[in-house]
Write a protein that binds this ligand. Structure first.
Ligand SMILES: C[S@@+](CC[C@H](N)C(=O)[O-])C[C@H]1O[C@@H](n2cnc3c(N)ncnc32)[C@H](O)[C@@H]1O
Length: 390
């Protein structure tokens, strides 16, 4: 159980509640009504006469609440993304636009001309230049890396630790998948004497630099020295010693070939996230599995939010969700806290529309408290009648 302060849910119109909040928040997640005009959503009022005005009044409050290193992620679809971008450019600054992520999930609405299956995560930083200057690097698990590593581990164990046999088995598994897996993954097709999946890379320094090692290496079988790259090795003598000790240098069959560097997939299983990903939408199915929770139209997918929240924030992040809906954001924070011992804390604002709080949000949060151990406090704002107009 993590020791985070209780997550806090404020009931009411976020227009009334936002001015009462104190920041700074490290992440503000926005999942506003998509304004489908009731074509898709029926349980809460998804339509706004003037969506931009409705949103502008709320987005105007974000800069005050966002930490200087903060991030805003907004879910939206094609209907309002262009308006949302203009509004976020206005309130957060066009220079702070990080990018638009396209989530290709299951079909949302079918039509005779185009079956729409995607929506977006629009990402802004409070100060993109400062974020970049700080050396921050976002990383995510490379899609399929886990599956490839598991196949290599399986080949290693079924081959009883015989390196050549394990490599043969692994390559037999890989062969029919080479065409569909990314090349960056299929390059990892060698298994070493410790069962590690790796590829080899050029050991030579790209340019002549002080400190690079030029030391000749003796071949482990013939004892004779191997060729040294023209501009020296990529590393200095001390790093070369560490790599030799860790078995990260691959020698050829004799001293006539230049040794190569080994790159382990296990060390490279993450990468900078890509702007398009495909993942089936599981939000509704997941919500239906929670005891006592009623239906809610298009709850966000907890796995997807968990991946992006984890990517852009630290484990003690303060998170604000002004459109809490069925409470996915709180479940995600609890789940991440339980996984990594973090102390993420969510403040959510929920409009009690159509019985959502009693029928969906409260039972879901009760369930999550029991499963993950974090606590939630829920307070009703006297002044905040559930008005939905801007
Ligand atoms: C797209 S849904 C959010 C879904 C949520 N992310 C989830 O996974 O359950 C939009 C939500 O915003 C709520 N909402 C609409 N206007 C609001 C307002 N003025 N203040 C607070 N919430 C509002 C709606 O009731 C609805 O629950």
């Amino acid at each position: 159980m993590s020791s985070t302060a209780p997550h806090h849910v404020r009931l009411g119109d976020n227009l009334d509640v936002l001015p009462e909040l104190d920041g700074p928040f490290d992440l503000i997640y926005l999942d506003p009504p998509y304004n489908t005009g009731g074509r898709v959503v029926t349980a809460y009022d998804d339509a706004r006469d003037d969506w931009s005005a409705f949103m502008a009044a709320r987005l105007a409050q974000l800069p005050r609440l966002l930490a200087t290193t903060g991030i805003v992620i907004a879910s939206i679809d094609d209907r309002e993304i262009h308006h949302l971008r203009l509004l976020l450019d206005e309130y957060l600054g066009a220079d702070n636009f990080v990018g638009t992520v396209v989530w290709d999930g299951s079909t949302i609405n079918s039509a005779h001309l185009l079956s729409v299956s995607h929506d977006y995560l629009v990402i802004y930083a409070a100060d993109l230049a400062a974020l970049q200057a700080s050396g921050t690097r976002w990383r995510q698990e490379r899609p399929d890396a886990e599956m490839v590593l598991a196949a290599a581990a399986d080949a290693w164990s079924t081959a009883g630790g015989d390196r050549a046999e394990a490599q043969k088995r692994f390559r037999a598994w890989l062969a029919p998948r080479r065409a569909t897996l990314p090349r960056g993954l299929t390059e990892y097709d060698r298994i070493d004497g410790r069962g590690r999946l790796y590829r080899v890379s050029d050991p030579g320094a790209p340019s002549v630099q002080k400190g690079r090692s030029f030391r000749p290496l003796a071949h482990p079988v013939t004892g004779q020295v191997c060729p040294v790259p023209k501009r020296g090795w990529r590393m200095n003598d001390a790093s070369m010693d560490r790599m030799l000790a860790a078995g990260m240098i691959e020698f050829g069959s004799d001293h006539t070939t230049q040794p190569k560097l080994k790159r382990l997939l296990a060390d490279n299983a993450t990468a900078v996230p890509r702007s398009v990903f495909r993942q089936e939408r599981e939000g509704a199915r997941h919500l239906a599995s929670i005891p006592g929770a009623g239906e809610f139209p298009f709850p966000k997918d907890a796995d997807v939010l968990a991946r992006w929240f984890d990517t852009v924030t630290v484990p003690d992040a303060r998170i604000l969700d002004p459109f809490l809906g069925s409470g996915t954001t709180i479940e995600v924070a609890m789940r991440l806290n339980a996984t990594d011992g973090g102390t993420r804390h969510v403040t959510g604002i929920a409009l009690d529309e159509g019985g959502t709080v009693e029928d969906v949000l409260a039972p879901r949060l009760d369930h999550c408290e029991q499963v993950y151990g974090d606590q939630v406090s829920l307070s009703r704002e006297e002044a905040a009648a559930p008005t939905v107009a801007a």
